[in-house]
Ligand binder design. Structure first.
Ligand SMILES: [Fe+2]
Ligand SMILES: [Fe+2]
Length: 246
């Protein structure tokens, strides 16, 4: 089966539509979402409505989703992130809030694991180093383990029995083979707020039969999203950063 892999959509409808269109055109029949569906952007309800309408969707919650639910202390969020959480709380529908509330912290499926930050600390850990990858390997059983949270498209692969780690940032079109009997962590990057100095939406296609993951970058209408952020009264920084992929 082909899965579209999405993470860190952050209430950016244009980016979500572009990513879904691209992955559907490549044959995606199911969808995996690593959380942070809301926060930062101006359109939490249209994004949640679209996501909930996708066939065969499996999703986990992220720290921004938890913050909107009042289940995470936002004292350590920066000012812009806090403003977006408050905006989302004031606009989200009861139905969408109820759906968010039901999201689990992790999904352990036969052909993948799904979390937001890391398998050992799904809500908070940014898994970005080889040491963290090593430390997290005993916390998941099925590979690939898809993570989000850092907004950086990356993969870590442990080959056995000779144990060495191959890792690095992913480039558009790059195909990652997922051999049997390996531990592999993949971050598809962020759909709605990329931070690797590349403004295009980041997402991926996972083929659980061929056991490959392919990274995609998709252009979307950044100007339109910036206008919506400004007219929602959200901080200017949240609009500006989208143009730079930061
Ligand atoms: Fe995020
Ligand atoms: Fe996050």
């Amino acid at each position: 089966m082909l899965w579209g892999v999405l993470s860190d959509i952050h209430s950016n409808l244009e980016a979500l539509e572009a990513a879904v269109d691209r992955l559907a055109s490549q044959g995606a029949e199911g969808w995996l979402c690593c959380g942070d569906i809301v926060g930062y952007g101006a359109e939490p309800n249209p994004v949640l409505d679209r996501l909930r309408g996708l066939k065969n969707i499996q999703a986990v919650r992220g720290n921004h989703d938890l913050a909107v639910l009042g289940r995470m202390d936002i004292a350590w969020f920066n000012e812009a992130a806090r403003a977006a959480v408050e905006y989302t709380q004031s606009t989200i529908t009861a139905e969408n809030l109820a759906w968010l509330k039901e999201l689990p912290p992790r999904v352990d499926a036969p052909t993948f694991t799904l979390v937001h930050g890391s398998p050992r600390n799904p809500a908070e850990e940014y898994l970005v180093t080889v040491q963290q990858f090593h430390d997290n390997c005993s916390y998941f059983k099925t590979s690939p383990c898809f993570v989000g949270h850092s907004h950086l498209p990356m993969a870590f692969l442990m080959s056995e029995p000779v144990s060495y780690v191959d890792h690095g940032p992913l480039t558009p079109g790059q195909v990652i083979p997922i051999p049997e009997h390996t531990r592999i962590v993949i971050n598809p990057g962020s759909v709605g707020q990329p931070r690797d100095h590349e403004p295009r939406a980041s997402c991926g296609l996972y083929d659980d039969g061929a056991r490959t993951f392919t990274l995609n970058r998709v252009k979307y209408d950044v100007d339109a999203v910036q206008k919506k952020i400004r007219s929602a009264g959200l901080p200017e920084f949240l609009a500006l950063r989208l143009a730079y992929g930061q």
